[in-house]
Design a binder for this molecule. Sequence first.
Ligand code: 5AD
Ligand code: SF4
Length: 440
Amino acid sequence: MEKMLKNRKYHILTFGCQMNEHDSEIISGMLEERGAEAVDNKYADIIILNTCSVRENADKRFFGTLGHLKKRKQLNKNFVICVCGCMMQQQHIIDTLKQKYPWVDVIFGTHNIHQFPDILQRVISEKQKMTEVWEEAGEIIENLPAKRLHKHKSFVNIMYGCNNFCTYCIVPYTRGRERSRDANEIIREAEDLAKDGVKEITLLGQNVNSYKSENSDFAGLIYRLNEVDGIERIRFMTSHPKDLSDRLIKAFVDCSKLCKSIHLPVQSGSDEILKRMNRKYTKENYLELVSKIKATVPDVAISTDIIVGFPGETDRDFEETLDLCRQVQYDSAFTFIYSVRKGTPAEKYENQIPEEEKHRRFNMLVDVLNESSALKNQEYVGRTEKVLVDGPSKTRKSVLTGRTNSFKLVNFEGDESLIGQIINVEIISATTFSLKGRIV
Ligand code: 5AD
Ligand code: SF4
């Protein structure tokens, strides 16, 4: 590989989900393969904004950041501004960029990130601007290099896109139709990662439960990955409740490496709202599924995503959501205030909920969820847990952080040489969002 980007300094700002984080790791991998070097934002001469379009505040942050970058471009003629990610798959965004942000140099999309280094080289050598966004996905490109954030853990994409068209969600439009990677390719990647020292892999897909390749369904893939030497923990996200199979629940019992935590977005507890969200399950279906999982996998940690203030959500609908949360007793949850997304069916729905009311419901929901998170964490006090050590805590260097098998965050005193190891930690106290422990 010719080092065409030698001496170039880049920085990536990533917005949004793990899928985007992993795309950024691939962009880094490709740039460094050509000699570019990762630096802090202020030293960069190439800046890449990897955008998210799931909610409106992400759009606002993106345009705000671009506004600030204009100055840097004026001061440094060699400064290159690149934008990519989900927002670029929407024509109205590209139109806005061209009209109002002409200082952007490179625009590329989610389906053609593999082309980025070539596009960038052309933009630099020909001193021009380029927009290259594919409307639809092409063949899955294998073997792109990725620069991992951690040595001991890694994301592994198993599928791309989504076919579910939940009526509030932009993802099916920005990430395209579902397509799964070949199971053999995934196994090969896991084996390579294990050889490189990776102990934990997180399988990524918008709905991993509908993973399907020629020779495997999702549960089948887990059984195969469980046999890969060196990999000690397997996680996955995200799981649509309508497609979660009994075979997968059984895999939690049969596959010792499959971690006992599951992210199962419910979105709402009201049947009426679930129907208008096009979620294809009822509150009762969901609760039955949770009971089945809890009965088969004792100590499983369950987390979720919930949207408040979907159009037409009444107080009674919202009460159903609170009731569901009280019944499930989630370990943790991501809560979202409904945000209108251009081009989605729900954009046209009547009875959009006033901002104030959305915030009121949001706060009530968070209170209920925090209560169960605190209780669930309290159950860990006195236990000894296997913890994969991630690194020093952000606030205090002598404190390490890691994750239990069930993905609980644990803080404890320890030496940095333990990073990447799985060690025994006794849990001595708990708060709503984390555990405190002591190395055994
Ligand atoms: N408004 C608010 N939250 C949303 N999500 C997806 N689309 C929207 C939207 N338009 C939430 C869902 C999803 C999570 C990733 O983001 O809860 O599970
Ligand atoms: Fe969006 Fe629904 Fe697909 Fe998740 S399953 S990405 S919420 S459309």
